[in-house]
Design a protein around this ligand. Structure first.
Ligand SMILES: CC(C)(COP(=O)(O)OP(=O)(O)OC[C@H]1O[C@@H](n2cnc3c(N)ncnc32)[C@H](O)[C@@H]1OP(=O)(O)O)[C@@H](O)C(=O)NCCC(=O)NCCS
Length: 183
């Protein structure tokens, strides 16, 4: 198993998407996602009002990726080349055997199965390349669309819990998939 989870220039391909590492050129996408209240609703993320916040975020993520603390991809549509959202592993356990999945998508692309398609690609990468044993997700229990994408990609509902976020505490659903459950 590779100890360095981040491989420079690595790209993941799905039938309709290309996923490549988040970088500085994604500032407009990050700002658009974090500015849009429809996207950040249920996530506990505070709204961005200045594009400099997107630059800071990207800088933090780039550092985390080099330090094996997170892996974050930008999703591009193959058909147009447009960037449409992000998907990541973060909150890695100290032994790097467990990770949390996160994702977001510009609203004009919702309901077309893009995030489930990206999830399957990163699960394969997470279990086979990174050597994760378990991957978790903690969507807000009120966020049915997010719970649905997890159920559609093989995650199991475990329990409900309280999760602390930037804007307070919210009720979230714990979802989990183990390496043996990858279809
Ligand atoms: C949750 C999210 C990632 C779903 O991605 P997606 O690519 O649209 O997923 P799907 O196309 O598979 O749709 C999932 C569910 O969304 C709902 N949905 C469908 N069309 C929709 C639309 N136009 N708008 C909103 N929700 C829609 C449906 O319940 C669908 O489930 P179904 O396939 O069983 O009908 C996306 O809505 C999003 O980015 N939300 C904001 C950020 C976020 O919540 N991130 C997760 C934090 S845990």
């Amino acid at each position: 198993m590779d100890n360095n989870l981040y491989i420079s220039n690595q790209k993941l391909h799905t039938p309709r998407l290309i996923l490549r590492w988040l970088d500085k050129s994604d500032r407009d996408l990050i700002f658009a996602l974090r500015l849009d209240l429809r996207v950040i609703l249920h996530t506990g993320i505070a709204q961005y009002l200045d594009i400099a916040q997107a630059d800071d975020f990207i800088q933090r993520i780039e550092q985390d990726m080099k330090n094996n603390k997170s892996l974050t991809w930008t999703m591009f549509l193959l058909s147009t080349g447009h960037s449409i959202g992000t998907i990541c592993f973060w909150n890695l356990s100290a032994d790097k055997k467990e990770a949390e999945l996160g994702y977001d998508l510009l609203p004009e692309y919702w309901g077309q199965g893009y995030v489930p398609e990206a999830i399957l690609a990163v699960l394969d990468f997470g279990f086979k390349h990174c050597g994760f044993d378990n991957i978790y997700a903690y969507p807000s229990s009120a966020h049915t669309a997010s719970c649905r994408v997890l159920e559609k990609t093989g995650f199991r509902f475990v329990k409900e819990t309280d999760t602390e976020a930037e804007d307070g505490v919210y009720r979230s659903s714990v979802y989990k998939i183990t390496v043996n459950e990858l279809s």
